[in-house]
Write a protein that binds this ligand. Structure first.
Ligand code: HEC
Length: 135
C-alpha cells in the first residue's frame, strides 16, 4: 500500500506526459536556424551528391521520393517526415539542416556521420524531391 502511495506522483506524471500515449509533439527548429543561409543553394552538383547520400542513408525510412513511406519507416512512431507535405515545404533550408544535424528519436543525429557539406547536399536534394514529386 505504502509503495502504491509513493508511486502515485510518478503515475500521475506518466499519465499526463505527452509521450505516454504517443501524442507526437511538433518538432520545431529554433528561430535562429531560419537565418542560416544554405551555402549550396542553386548548386546543381550538390543535388547529384545529395541524391546518392539520400538513396544510401535516408530512403530506407523517408522513401525514394521523400514521402515518408520507406520500408523501415512504416512501423516507426512518429512516422518519418513526408518532405512533400505543405508543412515541410514551408520550412526554411536552415530549419531542415538544423533538424538533420540534431536528430530526434527515432531518427539519429547526423552531425558526426556526415560533414556540413554533405548535410547541405541532402537539403538541396530534399528541395529537388519537393519540386519533382509534390502534387
Ligand atoms: C530510422 C529512420 C530514419 C532515417 C534513416 C532517417 N530519418 Fe529523417 N526522420 C525520421 C523520423 C521518424 C522523423 C520525424 C521525427 C519527428 O517528427 O519527431 C524524421 C525527420 C526528418 C527531418 C525533419 C522534417 C521536419 O521538418 O520536421 C529531416 C530534415 C530528415 N528527417 C532528414 C533525413 C535525412 C536527410 C536522412 C538521411 C541522412 C534521414 N532523415 C534519415 C526517420 C528517419
Amino acid at each position: 500500500m505504502i509503495t502504491i502511495i509513493r508511486m502515485l506522483p510518478l503515475m500521475i506524471i506518466l499519465l499526463f506526459h505527452p509521450n505516454t500515449f504517443q501524442v507526437s509533439t511538433d518538432w520545431v527548429a529554433p528561430k535562429s536556424a531560419d537565418e542560416v543561409i544554405n551555402p549550396l543553394s542553386g548548386n546543381a552538383q550538390a543535388i547529384v551528391q545529395g541524391k546518392q547520400l539520400f538513396t544510401n542513408m535516408c530512403a530506407v525510412c523517408h522513401g525514394n521520393t521523400g514521402k515518408g513511406n520507406g520500408a523501415a519507416g512504416v512501423a516507426l512512431k512518429p512516422k518519418p517526415a513526408d518532405f512533400l507535405s505543405a508543412k515541410i515545404r514551408k520550412e526554411s533550408d536552415g530549419a531542415l539542416y538544423w533538424k538533420l544535424t540534431q536528430g530526434k528519436a527515432p531518427m539519429a543525429s547526423y552531425q558526426a556521420a556526415l560533414s556540413d557539406q554533405q548535410r547541405w547536399e541532402l537539403i538541396n536534394y530534399i528541395r529537388e524531391l519537393e519540386r519533382k514529386y509534390k502534387d
